[in-house]
Write a protein that binds this ligand. Structure first.
Ligand SMILES: [Zn+2]
Length: 94
């Protein structure tokens, strides 16, 4: 019997995907928001495609701060976007 694959929705585009193909974004107990590439860090989490476009969609809808229940400063969102870009293969010129 095939193992049941855990599915999660992307906070940006809303598509359901395998949990392992999404990037977890967490709010740490300290209240900062960051990517959790291990998927195992403690804290409240939500999921995004490893795609900066989805982060931008989530930003526009304020979906990340809503699902994490915390205000996310612009600087943090910019940082997350940079990290996502790096993860998605650095297909961003230099
Ligand atoms: Zn997405």
């Amino acid at each position: 019997m095939p193992k049941k694959i855990p599915m999660r929705s992307c906070t940006g585009c809303g598509e359901k995907k395998e949990k392992s193909s999404l990037i977890r974004v967490i709010r740490t107990p300290e209240g900062t928001v960051k990517l959790d590439p291990t998927g195992r860090a403690p804290g409240r989490g939500t999921y995004l495609c490893p795609n900066p476009d989805c982060l931008q969609k989530a930003r526009k809808k304020h979906a990340l701060s809503r699902s994490l229940g915390v205000e996310i400063p612009k600087e943090t969102l910019d940082l997350l976007e940079t990290e996502l870009r790096n993860m998605s293969g650095g297909a961003n010129g230099t």
